[in-house]
Design a binder for this molecule. Structure first.
Ligand SMILES: *[C@@H]1O[C@H](CO)[C@@H](O)[C@H](O)[C@H]1NC(C)=O
Ligand SMILES: *[C@@H]1O[C@H](CO)[C@@H](O)[C@H](O)[C@H]1NC(C)=O
Ligand SMILES: *[C@@H]1O[C@H](CO)[C@@H](O)[C@H](O)[C@H]1NC(C)=O
Ligand SMILES: *[C@@H]1O[C@H](CO)[C@@H](O)[C@H](O)[C@H]1NC(C)=O
Ligand SMILES: CC(=O)N[C@H]1CO[C@H](CO)[C@@H](O)[C@@H]1O
Length: 487
């Protein structure tokens, strides 16, 4: 149970037991899995023929292929299916923050889809009814990815003006949408300045895409490219037509121009997080829950890592590459937060360049500040947000500020991650347990700059947040798959 031994999340991701609202999703029968496998074989065949290559084929693809993961129509015999997970926990434990209706409306069925190995067609779950709209959504994604985003004036430290811009951002009813079925575990926002496109990954391996600029129901669609919770997602910084997503077993690249979710890397040991190593995003650093980090080349086929390194961590939860010196990366685990140099990684006996000490319980996230990397913010289960000075990367980084922050998200909510505003070198955002529900913005000095709230529209905790790289747009995701856009 929670917090008894100090390592309150010793068993898994800590937030992992929570299955807030598996509304409507049920597992696949043996027949459907077989069908799914067949469809994937077909997809591989098409991929081999390079039929996906041109954008013009998109229409053909999205209209001809039926949804490849179907809902189960009626219960069938389940002998050959994996054992049920967590249903007992669901029965025993009351959620803290979740309306009963949302949580218990559906029986605790098998939660995880069985997604096949290899490339998958980019066909949404509800495709049969909505193919025209899917096509429009994917078309929008493709179109906005062709425009090069201008390099914005980043990191302007004019806090007053920044604070004013935060105050001008509001949440309204039409900018709230349920985009995935279960708890949001990761999010990414497309860099386009004309259209707001958000991707959200949930507990069940689903990825929802939402064109926020589109007012109707057709603006969002859900895909099922993973069998486990989507821990981490990024649009590729050099080609936003690629959406990379990582779950326990795979790192995939959703390529909208080919309408395929490719598989970049697969592992028996569970993946926890990834980041891009270079400007051109060809190689990525992937971390495992078991502690190991690995370097993956996204171009080589073959689903294995190029290098696997033991960094001496019992658990690695997040990795983050330095924004300027791309060979430095930050890893955060149980109590350890350290900076390593990827150039000197070896299989065993790796020593950190710099340690960020002081964490007394498990660390949920650690990220470099976006422009210079001279700050790191961490979230820890000891109820503190900490900011470190990493300007010189000395063996022991200096603690600059430590902020009390209730982290008691429990098992029903995703743990908080404090993220820097990509437009502000010195400010970061984090979800909060405070009432009224809010998303907070802090300066690295520890000063609370702003709280995003809306008593009418925001009634739940947003654990996962994402900020647009150049616009004043913030998206917060809650534990039933709803996204809230402040703009
Ligand atoms: C993902 O991996 C972690 C660590 O191995 C494990 O604790 C967790 O249960 C896994 N999640 C699922 C859904 O299997
Ligand atoms: C899968 O493909 C095989 C051969 O093409 C076919 O016989 C079988 O009926 C298919 N199974 C399903 C469930 O579609
Ligand atoms: C998520 O947000 C929506 C809309 O704000 C709300 O209706 C729902 O109850 C929230 N879910 C949870 C689990 O709090
Ligand atoms: C997405 O929004 C833009 C508005 O910027 C609109 O032009 C486009 O048609 C929308 N796409 C879909 C699929 O709704
Ligand atoms: C200091 C403190 O109370 N920290 C809490 C942070 O959240 C975890 C998990 O929800 C609790 O177990 C800790 O007690």
């Amino acid at each position: 149970a929670r917090g008894q031994d100090g390592l309150w999340d010793a068993d898994s991701d800590g937030s992992d037991g929570g299955d807030a609202a598996p509304d409507g999703y049920s597992h696949l029968s043996a027949y459907e899995r077989k069908r799914l496998k067949n469809i994937t074989e077909n997809a591989k065949f098409f991929a081999a023929l390079k039929l996906h290559e041109s954008a013009a084929r998109l229409e053909q693809l999205t209209t001809k292929r039926r949804s490849y993961v179907t809902k189960r129509a009626k219960p069938k015999k389940v002998e050959d299916e994996p054992a049920r997970r967590r249903s007992r926990r669901l029965l025993r434990v009351e959620p803290l923050d979740i309306p009963l209706l949302e949580t218990f409306a559906q029986p605790a069925a098998e939660e995880y889809p069985q997604v096949p190995v290899g490339p998958l067609p980019m066909v949404p779950e509800d495709q049969a009814e909505n193919s025209k709209w899917t096509e429009a959504l994917l078309g929008t994604w493709m179109r906005i990815s062709e425009l090069k985003a201008e390099c914005a004036d980043r990191g302007t430290p004019d806090i007053k003006r920044y604070q004013e811009s935060l105050s001008s951002m509001v949440l309204s009813e039409e900018n709230i949408r349920k985009v995935v079925k279960a708890r949001v575990c990761s999010m990414a926002i497309h860099p386009s300045e004309s259209t707001i496109l958000v991707a959200a990954g949930d507990k069940l391996g689903h990825i929802g895409l939402w064109n926020v600029s589109c007012r109707t129901e057709e603006g969002h669609h859900m895909f099922i490219p993973h069998s486990f919770q989507v821990n981490c997602m990024h649009f590729s910084p050099c080609n936003p037509a690629h959406l990379l997503s990582l779950s326990n077993d795979t790192l995939r690249c959703g390529d909208v121009t080919r309408a395929v979710f490719d598989e970049i890397c697969r592992s028996e040991e569970s993946f926890s997080c990834f980041d891009f190593l270079e400007e051109h995003a060809c190689s990525a650093l992937v971390s495992h829950w078991g502690g190991v980090v690995a370097v993956v080349d996204t171009r080589t086929p073959g689903a294995s890592a190029e290098l696997s390194a033991d960094i001496g961590f019992g658990r690695t939860r997040t990795v983050h590459v330095h924004p300027v010196n791309k060979h430095y990366f930050l890893a955060a685990g149980l109590l350890d937060v350290c900076v390593f140099d990827v150039r000197y990684l070896k299989a065993k006996g790796n020593k950190p360049l710099s340690s960020l000490p002081g964490h007394t319980k498990s660390v949920a996230s650690a990220y470099f500040s976006p422009v210079t990397g001279s700050r790191v913010v961490t979230v820890c289960a000891d109820d503190k947000l900490r900011v470190y000075d990493t300007t010189s990367l000395s063996p022991t980084a200096k603690l600059l500020s430590s902020i009390r922050h209730n982290n008691n998200t429990g098992r029903w909510l995703t743990r908080f991650r404090a993220i820097w505003d990509p437009k502000q070198e010195h400010c970061f955002l984090v979800g909060s347990m405070a009432q009224p529900r809010q998303i907070q913005v802090f300066q690295d000095t520890g000063k609370l700059l702003h709280s995003f709230c809306n008593v009418d529209c925001l009634a739940s905790v947003c654990s996962i947040n994402v900020v647009h790289p150049s616009q004043n747009i913030l998206v917060g995701g809650n534990s039933s798959g709803r996204l809230h856009v402040f703009k």
